[in-house]
Design a protein around this ligand. Structure first.
Ligand SMILES: Nc1ncnc2c1ncn2[C@@H]1O[C@H](COP(=O)(O)OP(=O)(O)OP(=O)(O)O)[C@@H](O)[C@H]1O
Ligand SMILES: [Mg+2]
Length: 260
């Protein structure tokens, strides 16, 4: 069964086509890595799945249901970590924020308090529990954002650059959480520019470029030598695939800043 199915998704911002007839499906129980250069359309895709953006055309189905028709039910079963932490209520204290999120998801009081204790302890931000999020460092804000999307134990987790701003200890913890969630049968969509993490963590990888999926493969096939069915070229690493598949202005003469 597919947890996510996207058909012909197009999103324009004025003249710019951010998503161009994008097609993507993700099987239940896998960790799927979506990679691509800056501006390729990763966050736009995620914002469309979150229904924060209205797509021009196309269909998004989550848990087999059309997003537009079952939005509330879908959102209850999903957790989305956005690329930046702007969606945090910065004038709440850390624990107030998590309590509010728990109540929105309809969790009972005891469950909320137990999970808040666990999350502050796990992410080692206990000392900032009673402080306004406004005063948190970048990484601490990311930790609260992560805690907020894990609190209701979602079935489908979307993480847009989750490692950005986190220290090494926390990166290791987040990787462990992802593996734990997968072992429990949950489905994860993750974006990152750190290809080694994507190679280690994921079951499947998709490359997006200029709003289209231009490559998709099980990750294990990347570790062995694989052949791109379309171009018949063979590759040995995700980086090599990325550089070959995403062909753009980077081709040709190496650019230089002559004044430096
Ligand atoms: N709100 C917006 N208004 C106008 N253009 C936008 C908006 N959001 C995204 N875009 C444009 O859409 C394109 C895709 O952006 P998007 O943020 O999805 O890229 P991305 O793959 O997430 O990149 P990055 O790796 O830098 O996070 C870019 O050209 C971007 O400038
Ligand atoms: Mg992005």
């Amino acid at each position: 069964m597919n947890i996510l199915e996207i058909e012909s998704l197009t999103k324009t911002f004025g003249e710019l086509k951010a998503l161009d007839d994008l097609k993507l499906s993700i099987h239940a129980g896998v960790i799927f890595g979506l990679i691509g250069p800056n501006g390729a359309g990763k966050s736009t895709t995620i914002n469309c799945i979150a229904d924060l953006l209205d797509n021009d055309s196309g269909v998004i189905k989550v848990f087999g249901k059309e997003l537009k028709e079952a939005e509330i039910e879908i959102k209850k079963r999903m957790g989305i970590l956005f690329e930046n932490t702007d969606d945090l209520f910065i004038y709440l204290k850390g624990e107030e924020h998590l309590r509010f999120v728990g109540e929105v998801y309809g969790l009972d009081k005891n469950t909320i308090e137990k999970r808040i204790d666990d999350l502050f302890d796990y992410f080692e931000i206990e000392s900032h529990r009673q402080m306004l999020i406004e005063s948190y460092s970048k990484g601490m804000k990311k930790k609260i954002a992560l805690a907020s999307i894990l609190l209701h134990d979602p079935e489908f987790i979307i993480l847009d650059e989750p490692f950005d701003g986190l220290d090494v200890f926390t990166i290791i913890k987040v990787k462990k959480i992802l593996q734990q969630l997968k072992a429990k049968g949950k489905t994860i969509l993750i974006t990152s520019h750190i290809l080694s993490y994507i190679e280690d963590l994921t079951d499947e990888v998709g490359i997006i470029d200029k709003g289209k999926i231009v490559f998709q493969s099980p990750t294990k096939d990347i570790r062995s030598k694989i052949k791109n069915e379309i171009t018949q070229e063979t590759y040995q690493s995700l980086e090599e695939i990325f550089l070959n598949v995403v062909k753009d202005s980077k081709e040709g003469e190496e650019k230089k800043l002559s004044w430096l």
